[in-house]
Ligand binder design. Structure first.
Ligand code: GLY
Length: 350
């Protein structure tokens, strides 16, 4: 087996490791014992439990309690968080014990948030099972839950104590879900690493270099989080394509997936920047080609005016300005504060 990749993440509470590769899960007993946890509770969803629940429990004591909630974004509610907190209390976990989050982004965000607030904070180890969770949500400590008014409106910064990303868990992922996560990998290439971008843009680049791609994305995220753990500055670079993407997701009533929406958002903002002379003309062309390699959409499905109006509800808006991540070249993006009026000024995707 190929050696595991280890990426350290520096944060205010110390340094934790993201371990990536086939068999990373087998390090779980070692992680539990290093953290000195007496008891462990596993949180997962109804989709992942039958696929990977037993495999994870084989590395834990047989009496380890398991909480399974219905899979899907619709479960990302305060009610589900309430259920998780009751479960942790029933299981009598103490501050020295451990929550294990097994699953994709919804599970990681909610199990992480439950761990952040149960007893005012107990350790959590993330075991991501999707590419999106592996390269984004499991690393960096953003946890949270949706409110009826919008996505991720309540939450906490709560860094995991370790992330074990076992790439063999991704073998069961439908191609559509794997490719959805690839939009985020392409994003890392666009914001920080032209070589990563080129790897992904090559035919089957992700499939041929899965461990290497996850490791490089985690490394970039670790660098950014180390510099801005609490999202007051450069961490916003991770939102490349997201402000417009969130508007696309919302307008489609979530029929367009997160990865698809981010792909559309990255292309649209790149073309918008080209027209302003902020980046080379035609920078969007290699981006479109790379995204097409993963069957991701690249055209705006709604008029620009409709999307820019929807963007005004973005939680990152400050008064009549909005912060946008804008590409300067392949592998380099910068933050720009744009007035709402400038954004709305008829600059569509044509
Ligand atoms: N998902 C973006 C961030 O962690 O800041």
């Amino acid at each position: 087996m190929a050696p595991l990749s280890q990426i350290p993440v520096r944060c205010s509470r110390g340094t934790y490791q993201v371990t990536i590769g086939p068999g990373a899960l087998s390090l779980l007993p070692q992680v539990v014992s290093k953290l000195g946890a007496r008891r462990v509770a596993v949180i997962t969803d109804s989709h992942v439990a039958p696929l990977h629940g037993e495999r994870v429990r084989q590395f834990l004591p047989p009496e380890t309690p398991l909480y399974v909630f219905p899979a899907g974004e619709a479960s990302k509610t305060l009610e589900t968080i309430g259920g998780m907190l009751h479960f942790l209390a029933e299981a009598q976990l103490t501050r020295g014990d451990l929550v294990v989050a097994l699953g994709g982004g919804v599970t990681g965000d909610m199990a992480g948030f439950s761990a952040a607030i149960y007893l005012r904070g107990i350790p959590v180890v993330q075991l991501p099972t999707t590419l999106l969770a592996a390269i984004d949500s499991s690393v960096g400590g953003k946890t949270g839950v949706d409110l009826p008014q919008g996505k991720n409106l309540a939450g906490a910064f709560w860094q995991p104590s370790a992330v074990l990303c076992d790439t063999t868990l991704m073998e069961t992922l439908p191609q559509r879900i794997l490719f959805d996560g690839t939009a985020e990998a392409v994003k890392y290439g666009m914001i920080r690493d032209a070589a990563l971008f080129r790897t992904l843009a090559a035919p089957s680049g992700l499939q041929n270099h899965l461990q290497e791609v996850i490791a490089r994305c985690a490394e970039i995220k670790a660098e950014i989080v180390a510099g801005d753990e609490f999202d007051r500055g450069e961490r916003a670079l991770l939102n490349f394509g997201h402000t417009l993407g969130h508007a696309v997701e919302r307008e489609s009533q979530f029929a367009i997936s997160h990865g698809q929406a981010v792909a559309i958002g990255m292309v649209a903002v790149t073309r918008w920047a080209e027209r302003r002379g902020w980046c080379p003309e035609n920078l969007h062309l290699p981006l479109v080609e790379a995204l097409k390699e993963y069957a991701l959409p690249t055209e705006l499905p709604y008029p620009w005016e409709r999307l820019t109006s929807a963007m005004l509800h973005d939680k990152k808006r400050r008064g009549d300005h909005i912060q946008l991540v804008v590409p300067e070249s392949l592998g380099r993006c910068v933050l720009k504060t744009i007035s709402v009026e400038e954004l709305q000024r008829g600059e569509g995707n044509s």
